[in-house]
Design a protein around this ligand. Structure first.
Ligand code: ADP
Length: 485
């Protein structure tokens, strides 16, 4: 059972600690399944606190050697790792589609995107400059240097099984940190494959350790450990809050990339073609399972009906199916629970007066498939307006005027991404500045790139990933004051 990979060695079913691939102490395993078919792909170790403690020790042991290398040296290894990822892109994409469900085309895109973080941070590693500060008193020199934070605990979600790992490991390793990674239970195989390639690239044992298993135990061990100096997490706001609380006793650094409730606003003066294309990309990419997916679409009165008609025409062209099949662009949701959540949200909206334009039920393919859906007449009293849908449902609200829509858009505890379409320059500035979010797409629906800061405000998180400031999340500034006589 090699899943059709060319390089079958990329398929691993064990965790890795100090360079040794290993089972759980208990010997227990859990199944990784293909959400499109329900087929079991592999069984991976059900590890817990004890294995996590050993992984932390391994990362700690590897730290002095890794951080002592020159940035150039680490960059060379990272770029070798990146090259191996790109060489193995077809296999990595296949593995990703099999365990996560997205189309092969999207998976290939994710591998390229994932690799871009390694490239970027390998380059940035060499620019972790300090400062010389003009001294306020004679006879002293004030200097800052930047040093790696230390051992990092990274916890990643299943919706981007490759890129959410490289976005953390790229800057961590570039800065000179070592890592204990806990990938999501649904998608550990992509993580293991990355570790195989890291090993081949010559990244030393113990720099990347991976544990799979009980999230509560592993998260508990990572946060409780005084050796772990930072937690970098991407996932739900609920778990983010928990990790933040658990990190308080040891005062850890935190990067938290949490839930979103992105508004996608179409003003009357928007250009229709790009607005529809942007909504399609922002809403239906990964079958709606991204934290920056348009969660609430606000369409102004004058353009509303025309926009809905065009969006519907585009949605009806989507092809739902197994991600490995050519031409498919809508895969399944990650599991049954995700389908049930979408069903509940849609039922609640319909019961409270929303109108179904298209879709609205499980797909005929069964299993985890749900029909691409559009609802109109959505209002603030519906759950769908406040909760992350994480599914292929466009929930459209009608509005009148800038003031009203800004108030509605900001009426959420989340603040990750926001999008709007307008051609009025004054409005573009006002709305871009007025939206309470970490990222704003103006006349575009896809904004993620390794060169720009990704992150949220309010309860969408702390810190930024990617960009020239992304490396700082893994560095401490040390101030050195020198009396020179
Ligand atoms: P989602 O709803 O997208 O699955 P989660 O926040 O539950 O989001 O999952 C994101 C990551 O957090 C996964 O790797 C998951 O295993 C992990 N996780 C879930 N619960 C905990 C916890 N109590 N402590 C640490 N990590 C957790």
């Amino acid at each position: 059972n090699k899943l059709g990979l060319c390089d079958t060695d990329l398929l691993r079913d064990r965790g890795v600690i100090a360079g040794v691939w290993q089972e759980a102490d208990s010997g227990e395993r859990f199944a990784v399944t293909n959400p499109a078919t329900g087929a079991v792909l592999a069984h991976v170790p059900m590890m817990g606190a004890a294995e996590t403690a050993r992984a932390i020790d391994a990362a700690s042991a590897a730290l002095p050697g890794w951080r002592a290398r020159t940035a150039q040296d680490r960059a060379t290894l990272l770029l070798r790792w990146r090259d191996l990822m790109l060489d193995a892109a077809d296999d990595l994409a296949l593995l990703l589609t099999l365990e996560q469900g997205k189309s092969l085309a999207e998976s290939r895109g994710e591998i390229t995107y994932g690799a871009s973080f390694i490239t970027w941070f390998a380059e940035e590693a060499r620019r972790a400059y300090g400062d010389v500060i003009p001294s306020p008193k004679p006879g002293s020199r004030l200097i800052t240097i930047k040093q790696p934070v230390g051992v990092v605990g990274a916890i990643t979600p299943w919706n981007f099984p490759n890129a959410m790992i490289t976005r953390k490991l790229g800057p961590a390793l570039a800065a000179g940190c070592t890592v204990v990674l806990k990938p999501a239970e649904a998608t550990p195989l992509s993580a293991f494959a990355l570790a195989v390639l890291a090993e081949r690239a010559g990244i030393p044992a113990g720099v990347i350790n991976i544990v799979t298993g009980d999230p509560v135990e592993i998260g508990g061990a990572l946060t409780a450990s005084p050796i772990v100096r930072k937690i970098s997490f991407t996932g739900s706001t609920r778990v983010g809050r928990l990790l933040m609380a658990q990190s308080a006793p040891t005062v850890k650094r935190l990067s938290l990339e949490l839930g979103g409730n992105a508004p996608f606003i179409v003003f009357n003066d928007a250009e229709m073609g790009p607005a529809v294309a942007g909504a399609m990309a922002s809403k239906y990419r990964n079958s709606g399972q991204t934290c920056v997916c348009a969660n609430r679409l606000f369409v102004e009165d004058g353009i509303h009906d025309a926009f809905v008609a065009e969006l519907r025409a585009a949605v009806d062209k989507l092809r739902v199916g197994h991600g490995v099949e050519a031409g498919v662009n809508q895969g399944p949701l990650i599991n049954r629970a995700a389908v049930e959540k979408v069903e509940e949200l849609v039922a609640d909206a319909l019961a409270k007066g929303a109108t179904l334009v298209t879709g609205g039920k499980r797909h005929a393919l069964g299993g985890c498939f749900y029909e691409p859906t559009i609802l109109t007449g959505v209002t603030g009293d519906m759950r769908i307006a406040h909760e992350e849908i994480f599914g292929p449902v466009a929930a459209i609200q009608r509005f009148q005027g800038e003031e009203e829509v800004l108030r509605l858009a900001n009426d959420t505890e989340f603040g990750l991404a926001a999008y709007f379409y307008s051609r009025d320059l004054g409005r573009i500035w006002r709305v871009a500045e007025g939206l309470e979010s970490g990222m704003v797409g103006v006349n575009e629906g896809l904004i993620s790139t390794e060169v720009a800061p990704f992150g949220g405000v309010k309860q969408s998180g702390l810190g930024r990933e990617g960009s020239s400031i992304g490396l700082d999340e893994y560095l401490e500034v040390k101030y050195i004051s020198m009396a020179v006589g």
